[in-house]
Design a binder for this molecule. Sequence first.
Ligand code: ADP
Length: 547
Amino acid sequence: MYLENGFDNSRPITGMENLENFIEHSPVGIHIVNYEGIILFANQAELKLFGYEKHEYIGHPFKNFFYDTDFIEKLASKFREQGSMINQQAKIICKNGSLKDVLISCNTYYEDGKFAHARCFTRDITEIKKSENLLRFLNQAGEELAATYDTNAALDKIIKLIIPSFTDWIVINGLGDDGLAYLLKMGHSDPKKLKWAEEYRKSHPIDVNDQRKNSVGYALRTGEGYLIPEITEEILNEGAADEEQRKILKELSIRSVMVVPMQIKGRITGAASFISCNPQNIYDETDFNFAKDFCNRIALTLENTKLYEEVKRDIEERIEADKKKDEFISIASHELKTPVTSLKAYTQILQSTFDDAHNKQAVEMLSKMDKQVDKLTTLIVDLLDVTKIEKGELIFEMEEFDFNNLVKEIAEEMQRTTKSHKIILELSDCDPVKGDRNRIGQVLVNFISNAIKYSPEGEQITIKTFCENYKVGLSVQDDGIGIPKEEHRNIFRRFFRVSGKNNYTFPGMGLGLYISSEIIKRHEGRIFFDSDEGKGSTFSFEIASRS
Ligand code: ADP
């Protein structure tokens, strides 16, 4: 009967001839071995898989084709015992010397209850194995490169990872912001050839305007990579610009080439060329896909190292600028100290001279001048303190003292400087503290003078002391302009001043709180504050009490 699809199903497929034909043309490799392990039969798929002619394979011991001969001995005896084996992995030596990963399954044909021969089926898993290995390699490379922060070190690692396991020669090109290609790194398994390759590159720079599709310049410009599995004489001749270039290219014995662009978020950052010089290692689509993944890793790594280096450079520049600033502050404050001290001395001498002469107006003016000199002295002392802090030279004279007494003393002193503010004291009975009395006093002066300065409406300032858990603390509360929340984290930074529309009217250098925080830190204490813009601030510190 003739069917619509053109097949005649009236002829049954029977008979040895048909069966043999079926086995011969099976896409799966099939072979038969006798008890001694001699190959009795192999179908076309099997011979094609390993590249042998019939006479080179049939009639020979199967173990001759195994890469690991010990392994085949073990496998054979196990097989004889059990009579079958399923999906056993092995490496077979092909005629061209390369190795193929295969899965072999065998069962036994018995005749009169005796082992007649083994029927074996061979499946090629080279590609699967290769993909597995490449994936493993990619993960390992990813891990190693992720921990690299230096571009040169990263490039060295890339070269070490990829040569010679995947390629013999790699050229990594970057694409600059100027649109030009520049060589990032080149590696070759043969140091002598690396020299030639470097010289070749020097005399033949990459042209990003290259119109040839199979050129690095084209890949850099368009983001399109390419794979040339086999470099023929013709391709080599076409690729070379002149006779000299042709000669060098031949000496480099290029067999197979892949060029893959590197991209970050669609932006082309460079391209890598993978060149195999080994006739056994001909790149295929699996390699090309791997190279694409690998180039993504390279691109990401180089982007990260670039960012890291930029940040590092910024930080180094800032540290250098800070150092220069510190040096300037140190010199300026030292140079200012002596003239200001003599200014103060001469002001006082003049004051008493004019006082003796009953010149009231001159005395008044000199008294104002003296106050201004005091302000100048405070600024210079602050600058000198900053210098000392930076150099680790702030010296503390630790002693035991009555905390509340110090607070009362300073509050009285500060009350004399202001008529617009009333300083209220709410003191708890506290144990004596051990610390530098003058420095702790300095913190208190800073808190109170800020409270006065930043509450221009002239209100009440409340100072509280508190003692608990072997700690003595103090807070200074005002109802002034307060500090916006977004500025809170910067308050103790040196030279920091809140820059709001109201702040330009307040004089200062942004050093008081920085110095205060350093003083409290050195007492192993804690400095903190609470503030709301427009509602006022409370600045506090606590340090350990004696008991
Ligand atoms: P200075 O007052 O000389 O600027 P400080 O280091 O003492 O320096 O203070 C840093 C900044 O913190 C001040 O410029 C100010 O913006 C803010 N500040 C400090 N104390 C108060 C306060 N009590 N109320 C509002 N803002 C304050």
